[in-house]
Design a protein around this ligand. Structure first.
Ligand SMILES: Nc1nc2c(ncn2[C@@H]2O[C@H](COP(=O)(O)OP(=O)(O)OP(=O)(O)O)[C@@H](O)[C@H]2O)c(=O)[nH]1
Ligand SMILES: [Zn+2]
Length: 350
């Protein structure tokens, strides 16, 4: 059986002390959250875990659910790669997302991030007010923000912009990067030490994925083989807490991205009124805009009224939104169901 050194995954003395309260369980760190289960890295490898019914019943607020980056106490189910989560160890830092318009007020998008890279591009995205907002999200979380100015190759007054940012940064480090040159991301490397957890925050398109891919040296969508499946099927799983070859980790979740998504209170519709109008002209109400006759989106792209890039960006933001909606829906339903079952059990025992 493989033994994994959890220090690489950020298990420090702090957590070692905290986990001693639960000698009956072993420790693991959540690397991704999927519909209905978590992937947890443990000293024996990756396991698929669910929260115990008892823990779920004790949950009072959504923030008590485990999230990517959490250290959890679990017990493994023998002869399987499954486990049950019984406790979350106290968080060192936490990123919350507020859901406007629902009673689902706060949700944890990631936990235990040490260093937060706040990315802002030196060209179109440059906006000191937004930087201030991101900095406050960073400081509030408990992580240490580091400002990463991207796309230096597209800016001809780097020095003066750097100066403005340093005045706004209020003590946070400011790094200049470009993903065009081979070495444009080197300044980030000193922050990626073994056991350190990082994340990238910033508006869409500032170059976060490009930087992450450079740091990884490959595309981070892993293809994993499902073992024990007679069809030898392949599935794509997205690991959201990723170990970097340089040491250290990066957390890249749709939730974290979403924190950087909105510049103001405006929603997707407001940002993409042009696309919403085009979609209205599709022949079919349930048009998927992929192959249908009379699809207004496809013809707008073809005749140049809509750029394929803008369409791609819209779809990306849409799917991030859908992901959050699904998660919200799942939690609400599951919570309700478990509470009902627990109540029923309680009344039967009386
Ligand atoms: N010129 C230049 N272009 C860059 C640089 N970094 C990224 N880009 C380009 O900018 C575009 C957006 O980059 P992404 O890495 O997808 O941006 P992102 O921040 O991950 O965007 P989201 O996934 O929407 O959050 C891509 O076309 C990149 O090729 C850079 O340093 N210089
Ligand atoms: Zn269409």
């Amino acid at each position: 059986m493989s033994t994994i050194d959890l220090a690489k995954y950020g298990l420090t003395d702090r957590y070692e002390t905290l986990m001693r309260q639960y000698p009956e369980y072993s420790v693991g760190r959540i690397v991704s959250q999927e519909k209905g289960f978590y992937r947890v890295i443990t000293s024996c490898g990756e396991q698929i875990a669910e929260i115990s019914g008892k823990y779920r019943y004790q949950i009072n607020t959504p923030s008590e659910y485990p999230a990517v980056g959490d250290f959890v106490m679990l017990n493994s189910i023998e002869n399987s790669n499954r486990a049950v989560i019984h406790q979350i160890l106290p968080r060192k830092s936490v990123f919350m997302r507020k859901n406007a318009g629902t009673n689902f007020t706060e949700q944890v998008v990631a936990a235990n991030i040490d260093t937060l890279f706040i990315c802002m591009s030196l060209n179109n995205d440059f906006n000191l007010r937004r930087l201030e907002r991101f900095l406050s999200i960073g400081w509030n979380s408990g992580a240490v923000p580091v400002i990463v100015l991207t796309k230096a190759d597209l800016c001809d007054d780097v020095k003066s912009k750097q100066y403005e940012v340093e005045l706004t940064a209020n003590g946070a480090d400011v790094l200049i990067t470009s993903s065009m040159g081979k070495d444009g991301y080197q300044k980030i490397l000193p922050y990626l030490k073994e056991g350190v957890t990082t994340a990238m925050l910033g508006s869409s398109g500032v170059g976060k994925s490009t930087l992450i891919n450079l740091l990884l040296g490959k595309n981070h969508q892993d293809t994993q083989e499902i073992r024990g499946d007679d069809k030898g099927r392949h599935t794509t799983t997205r690991r959201e807490l990723i170990l970097l070859p340089s040491g250290g980790m990066i957390i890249d979740t749709p939730g974290i991205r979403e924190l950087g998504m909105w510049d103001s209170a405006s929603g997707l519709e407001k940002t993409f009124t042009d696309i919403e109008a085009i979609i209205n002209d599709c022949r079919y109400k349930d048009c998927t805009h992929t192959c249908e006759p009379g699809c207004a989106v496809l013809s707008a792209i073809q005749n140049g009224n809509l750029s394929a890039e803008r369409w791609k960006s819209y779809q990306k933001l849409q799917s991030e939104n859908a992901f959050m909606e699904d998660a919200k829906d799942y939690f609400t339903k599951k919570e309700k169901k478990y509470k009902e079952i627990a109540k029923l059990n309680k009344s039967l025992r009386k």
